[in-house]
Design a binder for this molecule. Sequence first.
Ligand code: ZN
Length: 528
Amino acid sequence: MNKISETKASAGAAKGKRQPAEAKLAELKYRLLEISDLMAAEALLDWDQSTYMPGGGAPARARQSATLSRLAHEKSVDPALGDLLDALAPYGAGLPYESDEASLIRVARRDFEKAIKLPSDYVVRASELRSASYNAWTRARPGNDFVSMVPFLEKAVDLSREYAGFFAPYQHVADPLIDAADEGMTTVAIRSLFAELRRELIPLVRAISAQPMTGDDCLHGSFSEQEQLEFSLAVVKRFGYDLERGRLDKTHHPFCTKFSSGDVRITTRVDENYFGDALFSTMHESGHALYEQGVAAAFEGTPLGSGTSAGVHESQSRLWENVVGRSRVFWEHFFPALRDAFPDQFRQIGFETFYRAINKVQRSLIRTDADEVTYNLHIMMRFDLELDLLEGHLRVKDLPEAWRARMQADLGLAPTDDRDGCLQDVHWYAGSVGGGFQSYTIGNILSAQFYAVALASNPDIPREIAKGEFGTLHGWLQKQLYQHGRKFCPTELVMRATGGPMSTAPYLAYLRSKYGELYRLPTADQAS
Ligand code: ZN
């Protein structure tokens, strides 16, 4: 720390080009650390608000968060930061692309250039709309009152188009919004990816729906909160979630948050009448946490110190929750432990009944309750509707009708009210339309792609999982993905880890194989 403060003190004197690159780099790291500290403090306020804060704290908390956000933003667009990055550009260019320093300079430059494109009055207006719209939505959804949300949503569409305008020229108005979450992805690329997936998913859902419905009665009953939390925590500890550097708390909408590499927290929710919600959401968040705990400690306090994109992040939550946590081999080990933990509830239940219950496929109205097979249809629908809104082909007031029509076409059922329709997700009511949904499906696609490559190089992984051991899988992910943080952009990371670009093939093969067996569907040879 001494070195940093000396550098800071002498920064003014040894100004500009006379300053050696090492000193400039130290000053850059110091400035980035301040931004990171402010953002971590804000994240801690948010975590507290979602877990333990009494309701009375809300007004002051909103102001405190806004103050920290503003300070972080001011520091992110400080012209002195830009000068420093300019001065360091030749030094960075002389270093190997993969070196920590070159990567730091490259990523900090990219962040800076994005941040300065946003005028501060826009940042303020966007933040005001976010809070006002979210507050209104918390009342409108339970009240099934879409009409009251129309003006908010119209503003959100306008602001999102305005955001895109700061990054012009673009091919499609949604591109800058998508790029903000999944760097390098575009509307065109996602449309073609989704079309590929859709061609296979629609017939798969149809074939499954033609089979006798699986029940999930065994998951309903009475399951004490304490025991559900203990079981969930025991599982994610086995995955490799480090409780010396993490903890689990309860909340309404589970999330994972990071304050430093030594403090990565997860949250979950518990339904005492349904077994599954707590366990699978804990597994899901632990996937995000394993990623964050795995980022190289050397990147702490820099823009490299977190996961690379929303889609890659989601690939990890899905991998641990679904590919691992809903697999047959996983439960070969954990089902006996589950029976021990809940003898009254599961003593009479056979393995097969339980395994089918946690993998039940059912066309349903609510995205967050959807199974692995139908889930992506919910995402594709939202993605297409938000493009229509941004392009101006769909008016906000016509959204509920467009939603019902698309649900009927894709999933064969439509909501009778907007609460279970276009009001169900917070995304569009948090001040921005576009770029918020594609990451979930990208995550599903990548979860299977990463797992397939891990398996090809370590064929013992399923046998280890069947023994409740996850070290080889976790080690592979740590080495190929986690440690790199944001050093590589998503396309680079996928290419390095899997030897090719993102592909839907492993995911479709995974779904066909798993659900083909579960629902006794004809194999590809038999079908053709
Ligand atoms: Zn997630």
